[in-house]
Write a protein that binds this ligand. Structure first.
Ligand code: HPA
Length: 278
């Protein structure tokens, strides 16, 4: 399917296209439904090694509505895993890579993966990302649980009189569960920055004053879209660099990717433990 024809349905009817994509996942995996979805951000992909071998793997472009990936380190692949949980086998749908707002394709492709996952049956959506640390107490390589967010993009995935409550967007129940697994984990407020340019030091100072701890270019629209369809959300950020101006160092995508890779073992172990408890 060409990228163009693959995308037309999505812009016309995003929810129906997510339903079609979910139906195709059921065909490709032979599984009627999945339970949990994980979106693996920059540098998180090798963390999936902790889940064992996937039962199925296919490119996102096999499904209706998914554009071909454009960012280095964002794979554009979906995997299905069978993971042993506390109450039997969990079918996990893992997205290696995502579409970002800064790619200029609009908001629909950004949230299509999580909408597809929820339509495929996922009741919990785990969103991971790489981010800059605004909080001076954070270290590079540290995972931080997202407690809340601030959207600086003024873009919502929702259209119409859809007044969704976001009071408990990042599920308190799941955050408590994760902290029980690893009490050393901090919680922070994540800012969604459109990008693709990183922030200026002045913008980072502004964001810190607003109460932000972390800044990145993803996660927020996906969290809202998946929650609006009824899923519980867990967000985990990996601090891959100090945000602009915090140390005076320049920011580079290569360093972001390297910090991600270096922390992948710990991230995988953490996600594996959490999945067992869900
Ligand atoms: N800012 C925005 N997005 C990011 C950063 C950052 O410092 N690091 C990784 N993603």
């Amino acid at each position: 399917m060409s990228d163009k024809s693959n995308m037309e349905d999505l812009y016309q009817d995003p929810i129906a296209t997510a339903e079609k994509a979910a139906a195709k996942i059921a065909v490709l995996t032979g599984k009627k439904s999945h339970d949990v979805a994980l979106v693996m951000g920059s540098g998180w992909i090798s963390a999936t090694e902790a889940f064992g071998k996937p039962s199925h793997e296919f490119p996102v472009t096999d499904l209706p509505g998914f554009p071909a990936p454009t960012v280095e380190g964002h794979g554009g692949v979906i995997r299905s895993y069978e993971i042993q949980g506390a109450n039997g086998t969990i079918n996990a749908l893992v997205f290696l890579g995502r579409t970002h707002l800064y790619e200029g394709k609009g908001i629909e492709p950004v949230v299509h993966g999580v909408r597809t996952a929820v339509k495929a049956g996922c009741k919990v959506v785990v969103l991971t990302n790489a981010c800059g640390g605004i909080n001076r107490g954070y270290k590079v390589g540290q995972p931080v649980i997202i407690r809340d967010h601030i959207s600086m993009t003024a873009t919502s995935p929702l259209i119409g009189a859809n007044f969704v409550d976001l009071t408990d967007l990042y599920s308190k129940r799941i955050r408590e569960l994760v902290k029980k697994e690893d009490p050393s984990l901090s919680e922070g407020v994540y800012v969604h920055w459109r990008g693709p340019a990183y922030e200026t030091p002045a913008e980072i100072n502004m964001l810190r004053t607003m109460g932000a701890d972390l800044v990145g270019m993803s996660t927020v629209p996906e969290a809202i879209a998946a929650h609006a369809l009824g899923a519980e959300i867990l967000g985990i950020s990996l601090v891959t660099n100090a945000a602009a101006g915090v140390t005076g160092e320049k920011l580079s995508h290569t360093e972001v990717m390297e910090a991600g890779k270096a922390a992948a073992g710990r991230m995988g172990e953490l996600l594996g433990k959490v999945l067992h408890k869900l």
